[in-house]
Design a protein around this ligand. Structure first.
Ligand SMILES: [Zn+2]
Length: 97
């Protein structure tokens, strides 16, 4: 396994940028490609979050959303999960319901 595989964005809505690339909007969570849930434990299928494997989740807790951002909400739990040091600790997996 690679060191701290980067998380991508899963968001509640999407828009198309001028270059034609899908971009996340609405509510943003972190998601690792290959998994079916966000880092905070939301099931992608149940919440209908869209996946953006080409968009890295690199938000920080200090990030400020501007009017240019189409994202209205960044999940603080996913920010915490991706900004934590010592990423080996993230292996805890949520139990299935
Ligand atoms: Zn989240």
């Amino acid at each position: 396994m690679r060191r701290g595989s980067a998380a991508s964005v899963a968001a509640s809505s999407e828009w198309i940028a001028e270059d034609g690339v899908r971009q996340p909007g609405g509510e943003a969570h972190a998601w690792r490609p290959g998994t079916n849930q966000t880092l905070c434990g939301l099931a992608l299928s149940r919440t209908r979050l869209r996946r953006f494997p080409h968009v890295p989740f690199d938000f920080r807790a200090s990030d400020v959303l501007t009017e240019q951002d189409r994202i209205g909400y960044i999940c603080p739990r996913c920010v915490a999960a991706t900004s934590r040091r010592g990423e080996r600790n993230w292996t805890r997996t949520a139990p299935r319901p």
